[in-house]
Ligand binder design. Sequence first.
Ligand code: NAD
Length: 476
Amino acid sequence: MTQYPDLHLYIGGEWRKTPDSLAVLNPATEAEIARLPHARRSDLDDALAAAEAGFRLWRRTAPRDRADIILKAAAIMRARQEEIALAITAEHGKPLAQARLEVIRGCEFLEWDAGEAVRTYGRVIPSAPGVRYIVHHQPVGVVLGLSPWNFPMSQPCRKVAGALASGCSIILKAAEETPAGALHIARAFHDAGLPPGVLNLVFGTPAMISDHLIRQDAVRLVAFTGSTAVGRHLTTLASEHMTPVLMELGGHAPVIVCEDTDVEAAAISSAVRKYRNAGQVCTSPTRFFVHEGAYDRFLTTFVDRAARTVTGNGMEAGVEMGPLANERRLPALQSLVEDAVAKGAKLCTGGARIGNQGYFFAPTVLTNVPAHARVMQEEPFGPLAVINPVTSLDEAIAKANSVPYGLAAYAFTNRADYADRMTDEVEAGNLSFNTLEASLPETPFGGVKSSGYGREGGTEGLLNYMVVKTVSHSMT
Ligand code: NAD
């Protein structure tokens, strides 16, 4: 395991160990691969002081110069792609090919926002003769970024990209289960010449860190990706201090399959997408509502492809799906399957852990799942698909909207009238027709309802990290 990095906190431009550490495990083998230092309150206070100093310096750095450093860091990470991908697969379990793509995706987030750094335009509003109002977009200040374990490198890249491109400094608390992606980001920025304090990286007890830092006046934005339950808690905490939040939370993506589509092609691409990252993706297609005229063919093709998914250690060639990233997701998935079956659902394939070493869970398909089964409301966040028949587009849209979530949604149809109706009526931040790609770095991404608010990426992305200041000039 020589490729796995020696883990540190990164505070004020310096690497730091602490007396407290926890094991990082390889979820495919359950072997310990590293010790992760945990921040104490004093480390957090140091990170905050460093971030305040970093902000004072970085906000006065020309956007072009900020962009140059971000682009240099991205170039360094591209050059280190293989080393980073190996570390991600070791700590997260995903197939190496997917880890390689994740590294590139993370770099693309940085590169897009670096380009946006020089385009944070304001505007001039004329008033009485000699009077002008000028609208400025200014960086909000120190950002607390909290990123999850499902994409150890690209998720923290989103927060770092938004903060640094807009002129903010950031304290990043990345996921303790998967720290190497974020560590490599900090290394790349360090090597690219980022001034000390602009980017700080901490790990530790999530509740202690968020509770301690959100209370600080200097923290001016909380940017979180993770579960709705935690997002709600952090939003409540932040609201006590009137601190704005950017919340990218859970999803429970519906897929509406209309009878006019190429059913087999839709089923195969859906099954491949469903099991990517072992289904641990907030945009993962999960609730399939298939028109009864296409249902049998769709189900048969999907189940066949699901059962043929090559599952194993992500380091091995040909593996399509690795283990779940942590042990607690095994009982979480098992109980959703058992609850659905007990309530009358049919288990078509999978439904249980594979073996007893490593957190492998079989690609699973349930059908005829009743509305009162927990899985119809709770995000499984794993390799589990529900495929139910519907008799009309009205029924499909109503069922698609029948959850508290509204992040990604998908549909397969070639009919413009169907697409038009779904564009108007499906409750989602991102809706995709005939593709399961929900977003690109250049498109805004985020949810409605309990999936959160604010957008990452696109021209909208940097707005979360900026405040509007209106300045009036009287020349008379
Ligand atoms: P969880 O709710 O325990 O934790 C979710 C994330 O929040 C983790 O990264 C965790 O470290 C962090 N967290 C937990 N408590 C925190 C606190 N008080 N302050 C700051 N951070 C805190 O769930 P889990 O078992 O880790 O993951 C499963 C669920 O998380 C899934 O059901 C899914 O909804 C959600 N999730 C979503 C995304 C996403 O991309 N939106 C990513 C990962 C996990």
